[in-house]
Design a binder for this molecule. Structure first.
Ligand SMILES: [Ca+2]
Length: 266
């Protein structure tokens, strides 16, 4: 649970912590949760202060399968989409099982930048980490930087923008996601005093809850319409900014970039 400094630690030894918006979660194994088939769990997103801001998010998790379905999702605190969605894990649709991260923003519609986590395999546990700082979003898997974003990085609530809530999703009967541990440490905590994030009262009404069933249906409808598995791109019309992702082209681009620069970033 969150402590006075705003840090968060959920071991699943004593329930679901702040992940109060849960649906179809398997808690049969002590100390972990599994999303098998359609399932979702997230913190309540009821306003821009919901969730957390700048800092380090660490998730111990394992995905099984090589199709789109599992997701580590940081949902916009205000529950509005298109918007400030950040995905720390999804699986590409090309059958390779490649994992990737995505930064979304609203630019008259959904716009997004995906980055492939090259060489990260499903079927084994990994430590997924996101470091959200002013102007820079970094993703790591098992301590290695796998994605780095410097454009369209959102501003957190404390600094005049919006927070994101922690969530996990699975939309595919051929995939699963098991989460062992979730930790969040605010930026600068332990080094300098930080401004405590405003406390949002627990909602009594469930009206603002994300309709994950609708999201899952939207994903499939969107794929049928656009050929893109992007989680939340509107099915009709196609996003005005973001075109369907050509994963083969991205992979080629990544390799070319690495050959040219020694960096795996796009
Ligand atoms: Ca645990």
């Amino acid at each position: 649970m969150a402590n006075a400094t705003g840090a968060l630690s959920i071991s699943f030894d004593n329930g679901l912590g702040s992940l109060g918006n849960a649906w179809n979660i398997d808690q049969s194994v002590h100390g972990q949760i599994t999303l098998a088939g359609p399932a979702s769990i997230m913190e309540w997103a009821v306003g821009p202060a919901s969730g957390h801001g700048y800092g380090t998010y660490t998730v111990q998790a394992q995905v099984n399968g090589n199709q789109p379905g599992p997701g580590i999702i940081f949902w916009p605190g205000d529950n509005q989409w298109p918007g400030q969605e950040i995905d720390l894990l999804e699986i590409t649709p090309n059958g390779s099982g490649a994992q990737y991260g995505t930064l979304h923003w609203n630019q008259g519609g959904d716009a997004y930048e995906p980055q492939v986590f090259w060489g990260v395999s499903s079927g084994v546990p990994h430590e997924y980490q996101m470091i959200w700082e002013p102007g820079h979003l970094t993703m790591k898997v098992d301590g290695t930087v796998t994605a780095s974003f410097t454009d369209h990085v959102p501003v957190d609530f404390t600094h005049g923008g919006m927070n994101n809530t922690i969530g996990f999703l699975n939309t595919n009967s051929h995939t699963s996601l098991t989460v062992f541990q979730v930790d969040y440490v605010p930026l600068g905590s332990g080094a300098a005093p930080v401004v405590a994030a405003p406390v949002v009262a627990a909602p009594v009404v469930v009206a603002a809850a994300v309709d994950w069933n609708a999201l899952a249906a939207q994903v499939e409808a969107n794929f049928a319409a656009t050929g893109s598995w992007d989680l939340n791109a509107p099915a009709i019309p196609a996003p005005p900014v973001a075109a369907a992702v050509d994963w083969n082209a991205i992979a080629a681009q990544v390799e070319a970039n690495f050959a040219a620069t020694g960096s795996w970033h796009l």
